[in-house]
Design a binder for this molecule. Structure first.
Ligand SMILES: [Zn+2]
Length: 246
């Protein structure tokens, strides 16, 4: 297997464009392109993959990237169907659909702030979550949920977001990660045994989770949230839906 290309989404969430070489092209049901470096996030942890464009330097021809995913450690870009793909070795510019990505970063950080508040003040574990640009949902191990309670949670999350807390990405050795009590609630123990390092996202003073996604650098960039609904997903599972307010 060829070595994985450079994957900037994990180290610099604000990188929205980069020059790259086409490393491989596969045609079939879908046209799949691997680059020697990319700014695309391949999806995972409830955050959808990016969309964007690949533009060839030689002639300005562009291709729409409709999605991305990780295959054997490589980030694979899926092109719009039915196109003549670029060629291996082509020099290209890789551009994210930035408004969408930034909305996903703000939404993802908002969901972590929600997790942080619910864990700190109610001791409830997260059991799942998902997001779209600007809105998302999380499931928690709550026995009961009420309009009063979600109103209280909403106000607390907004206080934390407005507190301008820094959001940090860290990569820690697996053993060290297992020694951080807070990480257990996000089921770090379910990580595959082969993983030597764990990437964590820390909202300083509020929340620490093992996470592969992209986040804003400070909670003030999220703005505020509104709880749009809550529902029961089983005896001890309750779902909270949020959207960004600006
Ligand atoms: Zn996350």
């Amino acid at each position: 297997m060829t070595p994985s290309g450079e994957q900037l989404a994990y180290t610099d969430a604000y990188a929205r464009s980069i020059q790259a070489r086409v490393a491989s092209v596969e045609t079939g049901d879908a046209t799949l392109v691997v680059l020697d470096r990319t700014v695309f996030y391949p999806g995972g942890g409830g955050q959808p993959s990016d969309r964007g464009l690949i533009i060839r330097a030689a002639d300005g021809r562009s291709w729409t990237v409709v999605g991305a995913r990780k295959v054997d450690g490589e980030i694979v870009h899926e092109l719009e169907p039915g196109v003549d793909p670029p060629t291996r070795g082509d020099l290209v510019q890789v551009d994210l659909e930035w408004a969408r990505r930034l909305a996903l970063m703000r939404t993802h950080t908002a969901l972590h702030a929600l997790c942080g508040v619910v864990w700190r003040d109610y001791g409830a574990l997260v059991t799942g979550g998902n997001m779209e640009p600007g809105s998302g949902r999380m499931d928690f191990e709550f026995e009961t949920m009420s309009g009063d309670l979600v109103g209280e949670i909403e106000a607390k999350v907004n206080d934390e977001l407005h507190a301008s807390r820094d959001v940090r990405v860290n990569v820690v050795p697996r053993d060290e990660a297992f020694a951080i009590p807070d990480l257990i609630r996000t089921k770090v123990n379910l990580l595959p045994p082969g993983i030597a390092e764990v990437r964590t996202i820390e909202i300083v003073g509020l929340d620490l989770q093992a996470d592969g996604g992209t986040h804003v650098a400070n909670t003030r960039e999220v703005g505020g949230i509104h709880v749009t609904g809550y529902e029961s997903k089983g005896r001890i599972n309750k779902r909270i839906r949020i959207e960004l307010t600006d």
